[in-house]
Design a protein around this ligand. Sequence first.
Ligand SMILES: [Mn+2]
Length: 388
Amino acid sequence: MSSDKPLQLLGGLTAQQFLRDYWQKKPLLVRQAFTDFENPISPDELAGLALEEEIESRIVVEHGEHPWELRRGPFTEDTFATLPEKDWTLLVQAVDQFVPEVSALLEPFRFLPTWRIDDVMISYAAPGGGVGPHFDHYDVFLLQGHGKRTWRVGQMCNAESPLLEHADLRILADFQETEAWTLEPGDMLYLPPRLAHFGTAVDDCMTYSVGFRAPSASEVLTHFTDFLSQFIPDDERYSDADIQPVSDPNQIQHDALARLKDLLAQHMGDDRLLLTWFGQFMTEPRYAERVAGTELSEEDLLDALGDGAVMVRNPSARLAWSEMGSELMLFASGQSRLLPGTLRGLLQLVCSADALHQTNLAPWLADDEAVTLLSQLVLQGSLGFADE
Ligand SMILES: [Mn+2]
């Protein structure tokens, strides 16, 4: 994607200007980021998703059994029949995995890495509904889909920002409003991480939150060192063949620290392992149980494609690829595969194409490694055949 083209999504800014001046820095309001926006899912359909066992949903009732009462789904028809007239919100996570028209909303965000995108959460609010003033650790684009919602933004927060005493929700005790906007369908507000914000439904409304993911430093360290430790033999130990006689045997000398730092640097500095871990970590699916594959021989795969079958990415799968020296690595739903550099075009196709079929796969179907890869991705569940 060209980065110097003004984008409607960004109110006429280029991707480059937006990233330089706003991304992770300050909010941006875009009126009509999507013109003639057609709401891809109705409030009733959203409520229907919240009845499903496998879908994460929550309801926040401002004046419930206690202030800002949080209820967790799955819900029943009865839940919705007994909610108050106003001041409540339904939140449904990762709707992009269940509704292709919602997944399609992500298309204009392709100037950012796909692996940074978490999900599209949809909130429906009755008039007055909101989830209270709060901040998130992630970037978010709030796209108004139906009705109107007023968004107030406030101060930058951090781990020390005082919160209300609440068992489930992180609601700010103190909100210092700096700006407020009322969004209509097609309008969008970008918020950087840690900016206090507070949305209130003006009327019945729906908002699509395109949320991003960024692992915490603590998660990176914990998970990477766990991963690394599988490759380090137990006989590799702290060693001090260069030690000198000590003047005080009870003192830990700083030369011991230097040896430890060497030991750490030796492992932490391994780019191949770091990349392998990171790709696997960032492509772990939210719903692993939805990434279940089917056994398919390479012969049957070729036959099916020859008969006009169409393969599609599993909407719950995450895919990414990277270079590793002269080779390539494909990350698929938490797994990695080292592949020859000749498969670059196939990896790009598999990661980006809406559909894979005889025509766009034609250059690859005589290549054994390519066909093996495709059948492995079917077996693993990242690719599947479209229904029709
Ligand atoms: Mn938020």
